[in-house]
Design a protein around this ligand. Structure first.
Ligand code: C5P
Ligand code: MG
Length: 231
């Protein structure tokens, strides 16, 4: 099973990239944002509660989101793994996910992929998305800026947690450097896809090597060793 956390600020393209990965690898996407929107559309109690936060660009309380995620994970499926899109968004959710994946699926998070986009580009992308999506939280600039503020206040530290565990940012820098992605493809959506695919391939390769050779080395260390051959 490969379980991917797609991480990044609002508007960084998590949903778009998740869609491409699901089709490619037969994964199930779990988007807590989509689940909230589904509940809002059907006017459930959960939807009403979530709406009071989402419309202001704020995060829904941890336990509400965690309970909803567990319910979703318990639904039967024959997937090769899960893509968590937009979850975890706080340090508490990060710890919870670790335990949930262990208890409910008997496995662990394989890798966290962090999408990095400039703040101003995020605002412009979200405003543009708001014109067509009908999403209340992309409607005006004030709410969008609040979402980004919430991201820095509560969510950004999730990347730090995964960085220590998986060395996520180093992982991406390493890929950029070795694949010279920026120079060849710029920062277009395709370049992001290439990075994500490359990251997953590299991750799988390292996992196989670590397992087969019973290496007690971090992902990044193995990547460094492999880079000798890639250069
Ligand atoms: O993930 P997405 O951007 O679609 O989420 C939309 C909104 O749902 C967020 O701005 C936030 O208000 C709420 N949300 C949350 N906690 C999560 C995921 C989404 O509060 N883990
Ligand atoms: Mg999304």
């Amino acid at each position: 099973m490969i379980n991917i956390v797609l991480f990044g600020p609002p508007g960084s393209g998590k949903g778009t990239q998740a869609q491409l990965l699901i089709d490619k690898f037969n994964l199930k996407q779990i988007s807590t944002g989509d689940l909230f929107r589904y509940n809002m559309k059907n006017d459930t109690d959960l939807g009403k509660l979530a709406k009071s936060y989402i419309d202001k660009g704020e995060l829904v309380p941890d336990q509400v989101t965690i309970d909803m995620l567990v319910d979703e994970l318990r639904k039967p499926t024959n997937t090769n793994g899960f893509i968590f899109d937009g979850f975890p968004r706080t340090a508490h959710q990060t710890d919870a996910l670790e335990n949930i994946v262990k208890d409910e699926l008997g496995t662990e998070i394989s890798v966290c992929l962090s999408l990095v986009v400039d703040d101003e580009a995020l605002v412009q992308r979200l405003l543009k998305r708001g014109e067509t999506s009908g999403r209340t939280d992309n409607y005006n600039e004030e709410i969008i800026r609040n979402r980004i503020k919430e991201y820095y206040a509560k969510t950004a530290e999730v990347a730090e947690l995964y960085k220590n565990r998986w060395q996520v940012e180093l992982f991406f820098k390493w890929l950029k450097q070795h694949l010279k992605i920026k120079r060849f493809w710029g920062t277009t959506e395709n370049a992001v896809r290439i990075q994500i695919y490359a990251a997953i391939c590299a991750y799988c390769l390292v996992a196989i090597i670590q397992h087969d050779m019973q290496l007690d080395r971090s992902t990044y260390e193995v990547l460094q060793i492999l880079s000798i051959f890639i250069d």
